[in-house]
Design a protein. Structure first.
Length: 292
């Protein structure tokens, strides 16, 4: 917290930001890698709880890719990724649901509450929060044609039950969402956590979407940080191979969220202590802003 006050200079300087965001929703995607370090976990919990106590409404969507990998390894299940999405067969889905909803979600809720929060854990199945259909992943072939590839129980969110989130917000609770969705037949879907954060932010018309990750932000091919990119530039950056792997769903979901009415979208370095507060309460920002 001391660091925050130093960076924001004084609390007085934070006041305009507090006024600007009071009563507004900020959706924060908490990445799997940023959960590995105790100091980062604590700084994240303190940031989110401080926002809530200032009358701002944070909604947390967590990932858990590394934790899923670890458990899959123990079960001897090998998984592969297509453009940042895990190919998910039935056995993998069972592990994904167990790890995300049973382990990671409760872990995040637990330490938020330990630090004084009123966090409530949800998966997309609770109250039909995240209704899904099967996602067919677009893969560009060598001839330039786009093929739709079936990658198993991977979901695309077709509807967010925002009423459930708003009910919790009005009750001063802090929603913490695991990226597992439900299909029309009650089947479970594995959803990329960035995609969930973008859809939730879009449905809530959030003031800000912040995706915490394990790099400084979006980088160019020389490895330099791009502090801001226009959403119109995103397709070319993916096509020319600048943005690859797990960064693809991140930038794509920022673009979709902005188009759905989210005011600002940021990809932020989750390895920096108090990254959330630095992003919200200073003009410097940390990471990359995707701009309309
Ligand atoms: N242009 C790019 N700039 C930064 N990172 C990129 C870029 N293209 C691909 N990446 C990769 O995307 C990764 C972030 O995605 P991912 O591993 O899914 O993160 P998280 O676990 O935080 O969701 C980075 O660690 C990096 O390896
Ligand atoms: C479909 C898909 O890829 N789902 C992700 C869900 C977890 C996630 O997104 O976690 P991170 O944000 O930590 O990467 C997965 O199975 O890893």
């Amino acid at each position: 917290m001391q660091k925050l006050i130093e960076k924001a200079t004084t609390l007085m300087e934070a006041l305009p930001y507090i006024r600007r965001f009071a009563g507004k929703t900020i959706v924060i995607k908490y990445g799997g890698h940023a959960m590995a370090d105790e100091a980062l976990k604590e700084s994240f919990a303190l940031d989110v709880i401080l926002l809530k106590s200032l009358g701002i409404n944070p909604v947390v969507v967590h990932g858990g890719g590394p934790q899923i990998n670890e458990t899959l390894k123990r079960y001897g299940i090998v998984s592969e990724f297509v453009r940042g999405m895990r190919v998910t067969d039935a056995a993998t889905m069972a592990v994904v649901e167990m790890v995300l909803t049973g382990q990671v979600n409760k872990d995040v809720v637990g330490y938020l509450n330990q630090h004084g929060g009123r966090a409530v854990g949800l998966s997309g199945k609770d109250g039909n929060l995240l209704l899904c259909k099967k996602l067919l992943q677009e893969v560009k072939q060598e001839d330039g044609c786009v093929e739709l590839v079936d990658i198993g129980y991977v979901g695309d969110v077709v509807k967010v039950n925002q009423e459930l989130i708003q009910t919790l917000e009005h009750g001063k609770f802090l929603p913490v969402i695991a990226p597992v969705g439900v299909g029309e037949q009650g089947e479970s879907y594995n959803i990329n956590a960035d995609l969930v954060a973008g859809k939730v932010a879009g449905a809530l018309k959030a003031e800000k979407l912040i995706l915490l990750t394990d790099v400084a932000g979006v980088k160019n091919q020389a490895g330099e940080l791009l502090t801001s990119i226009s959403l119109d530039d995103v397709p070319a950056l993916i096509d020319n191979g600048t943005i690859t792997g797990g960064m693809i769903p991140k930038v794509t979901c920022c673009v979709d969220a902005l188009r759905e009415g989210v005011k600002k979208a940021h990809i932020v370095d989750g390895r920096v202590l108090h990254a959330v507060l630095l992003e919200i309460f200073t003009d410097v920002g940390v990471g990359t802003e995707i701009q309309k």
